[in-house]
Design a protein around this ligand. Structure first.
Ligand SMILES: C[S@@+](CC[C@H](N)C(=O)[O-])C[C@H]1O[C@@H](n2cnc3c(N)ncnc32)[C@H](O)[C@@H]1O
Length: 254
């Protein structure tokens, strides 16, 4: 039975939600840090740090700080920030032995940044808010936190991956003997409004989440004065997400 279509205005995912997720992170979020099959994110961080000794870094939307110690070991100073105070506290505990790490609770869509732009900014699955207004402000903030010539390493949910999953689901239903009409009705993601679908908003871990297609990422980064250097598929080792991928994007600010 298809779900009732949702209202067309995108829901606001508020701070309470992320506070609750950060308190139960391993059960509620696919950890890129733990499941990146080829360790592409870690390798990209290391490659930058090796070429730029003494560089500064930021972990924007650090969550519970899984990537922050890696940055702390490789960069001169690291600033970590997140909307959720539970996440910031967890990051502080995790990085207690590093004197070069500072952390802040802040909203990337609203708050002034309490630190200078850095040479290397990591932003893993943060620019995913369904509200266009909130997302555009967060994009502006994240891209402004990188110095000219500096690097932004982004992980973004892939729209191509969701689309492939839907196509395969419909195909499997047809293989099982369903008519095309039945397969399309059962296979589609009917909880999203047509506006959500146009904007690439699909549910991930039960949450309406912005997904991006490759050309869109290149376009958005260009609009923010960044050139894409590399775009790779991050594949995951846990069985639930084995067939899906995210985009790992390395871009340099002009
Ligand atoms: C999917 S988690 C990823 C966390 C972390 N980057 C990681 O890879 O483990 C998304 C994170 O973005 C943070 N976040 C969402 N909206 C934010 C905002 N407006 N400002 C700052 N952080 C935000 C959430 O609190 C959450 O910790």
């Amino acid at each position: 039975m298809p779900d009732t279509p949702q209202p067309s205005h995108p829901p606001v995912i508020n701070r309470d939600h992320w506070e609750q997720v950060s308190g139960d992170y391993s059960n509620q979020v696919l950890s890129v840090f733990e499941n990146d099959k080829q360790h592409l994110v870690a390798r990209s961080i290391e490659a930058f740090a090796q070429k730029h000794p003494g560089a500064t870094a930021a972990d924007l939307g650090c969550g519970v700080g899984q990537f922050t110690p890696t940055l702390a070991r490789l960069f001169k100073t690291v600033v970590a920030c997140d909307l959720a105070s539970t996440g910031v506290q967890a990051t502080r505990q995790r990085c207690a032995s590093y004197e070069n790490v500072s952390s802040h609770r802040l909203d990337l869509s609203e708050d002034p940044m309490p630190f200078e732009p850095v040479d290397f900014a990591l932003c893993v699955n943060v620019l995913i808010m369904p509200s266009l207004d909130e997302r555009l402000r967060a994009w502006r903030c994240v891209t402004n936190q990188v110095v000219s010539g500096g690097t932004l390493l982004l992980v973004l949910p892939s729209l191509e991956s969701v689309q492939m999953d839907l196509i395969q689901r419909v195909d499997n239903l047809i293989d099982q003997g369903h008519s095309c009409e039945e397969a399309l009705a059962q296979g589609q993601s009917s909880r999203a409004s047509s506006q959500d679908l146009q904007q690439g908003i699909h549910r991930l871990d039960g949450l309406p989440t912005k997904h991006y297609f490759q050309d869109e990422i290149e376009y958005l980064l260009g609009e923010h004065q960044f050139d894409v250097q590399e775009m790779l598929k991050i594949e995951y080792s846990n069985s639930r997400d084995a067939d899906s991928w995210d985009w790992l994007v390395r871009a340099v600010r002009r």
